[in-house]
Design a protein around this ligand. Structure first.
Ligand code: G1P
Length: 277
């Protein structure tokens, strides 16, 4: 199983910092948000990770590379703690650039040569998962049980109308449709799609079929997903653990607070600051 992170977007909700720093490198204190996804993948047994980037994102390649100079400095100092912090992840990284911002469907198509022939997990970098069981691993487990593509969901979040909501088959497992951002009161279920998917390679055939019919503008993966759904080949998995949406400043702040409170020193600072609110 390979992992794919779709990280080509502009990150406009975080301007001006994202003029030069990729959104995926914005840290929770000391760790870039994309590293949480990489750790989730590795904990799920995924050791080949493909990242779809774009022009402004060279920093991502560097982050996942070795830092030989610092390694030398820490080795000479005998500083094992610092050495451990810069140790590269135990996975192979591949990068492919999306040359034009043409939507998620188009981004996924860039990955075909490296992913074709095997199922793979896709992560949107705005969705972080905290919990005992890594989310990608939960999807892999569901795939192993069903042989189907799997969509991760959260159950009945506030503001259902901000999500893609799944329509479910009578077996309460297969997904028959997805309604993007339904009007209040019209959601077809309480299962809201989040940014983790496991796709079987069949997806690429439908992505290309849809691309041929596509008449310009951004191209999403909705056509391909609908095709898989109509053939009864998509199931859902309700996320165990906590999902954090770092796609906008408020969710990003919440993720920082959740992460920081695990450290007693930072938790003490938070208590102090929050008591004056
Ligand atoms: C995307 C998906 C949507 C999903 C959401 C989760 O929407 O299209 O189905 O519910 O991510 O964060 P976006 O938030 O990019 O508008």
């Amino acid at each position: 199983m390979k992992g794919l992170i779709v990280a080509a977007g502009y990150g406009t909700r975080f301007l001006p910092v994202t003029k030069t720093i990729p959104k995926e490198m914005l840290p929770l204190i000391d760790k870039p948000s994309i590293a949480f996804i990489v750790e989730e993948f590795i904990a799920s047994g995924i050791d080949e990770i493909l990242i779809i980037t774009s022009r402004r994102k060279k920093m991502l390649d560097d982050f996942f590379d070795r830092e030989i100079e610092l390694e030398g400095v820490f080795e000479a100092e005998g500083n094992e703690l610092k050495a451990a912090k810069i140790k590269p992840y135990d996975a192979k990284f591949f990068f492919v650039r999306q040359q034009e911002m043409m939507g998620t469907g188009h981004a996924l198509m860039q990955a075909r040569p490296m992913l074709d022939g095997a199922p793979f997990v896709v992560a949107y970098p705005d969705d972080l998962h905290f919990g005992e069981k890594p989310l990608a691993g939960q999807l892999i487990e569901k795939y192993n049980e069903t042989g189907c593509s799997v969509m991760a969901t959260i159950h009945n979040p506030p503001n259902l109308e901000r999500y893609g909501i799944l329509k479910l088959a009578a077996d309460n497992l297969h997904v028959t449709d997805i309604v993007e951002k339904p009007e209040p009161g019209t959601a077809p279920s309480c299962e809201a799609s989040i940014g983790r998917y496991l796709y079987t390679p069949e997806l690429f055939n439908y992505l290309e079929e849809g691309w041929e019919k596509h008449s310009g503008g951004e191209y999403y993966h909705t056509y391909a997903l609908n095709k898989l759904m109509s053939k009864g080949k998509v199931v859902y998995k309700e996320t165990e653990g906590e999902r954090l949406d770092t796609g906008a400043p408020s969710g990003y702040l919440r993720a920082i607070l959740k992460y920081a409170k695990q450290d007693p020193e930072l938790a003490a600072v938070m208590r102090e600051e929050l008591s004056s609110l």
